[in-house]
Design a protein around this ligand. Structure first.
Ligand code: HEC
Length: 128
């Protein structure tokens, strides 16, 4: 039993160290899986974006941005999508015109747009 434990521990630590050696760059710089969307952002998205950007949603919208799959995006992808979100809401392109007309409450306010953009800025990956 003791011997087995030792073997198991050795295998585990070798695996761990190998992972560290193979992965340090991607773990820091946009590989792997990113962070979930903060609650404050999701609250805005809930009224303004999820109708189209989570399943079943809108096929075309989902192909660009699926907020339901956000957690599986890499940090690099999250950074670029968040930037695109800021960009689109700032320019008034998202939510789309039709949606704005039908859901006046779903149009993000100036503060909400700023919240999205500040968050987008905060998750950008700084290149060295
Ligand atoms: C009524 C449906 C609808 C709503 C609501 C909506 N979108 Fe979209 N969105 C779309 C569609 C459709 C596309 C694909 C547009 C295209 O290809 O021109 C899209 C594309 C995008 C893209 C991709 C742009 C790119 O270049 O990759 C982003 C980012 C985006 N939306 C963000 C948002 C955000 C943020 C909200 C909420 C504030 C939002 N959308 C609300 C339908 C919607």
């Amino acid at each position: 039993m003791k011997k087995l434990t030792r073997i198991a521990l050795t295998v585990a630590s070798v695996t761990f160290i190998t992972a560290l050696i193979i992965n340090p760059v991607s773990a820091k710089k946009g590989g792997g899986v990113g962070k979930p969307i903060p609650d404050g952002i999701m609250k805005i998205a809930q009224k303004s974006c999820v109708n189209c950007h989570t399943e079943p949603g809108n096929f075309l919208a989902l192909s660009h941005l699926n907020l339901g799959k956000w957690d599986s995006y890499s940090p690099a992808k999250q950074a670029s999508k968040a930037k695109a979100m800021c960009d689109k809401v700032t320019k008034g392109k998202m939510p789309p015109k039709n949606f704005r007309e039908n859901h006046p409450d779903g149009v993000p306010s100036k503060e909400e747009i700023k919240t999205i953009c500040d968050w987008a800025e905060s998750i950008q990956i700084t290149k060295k």
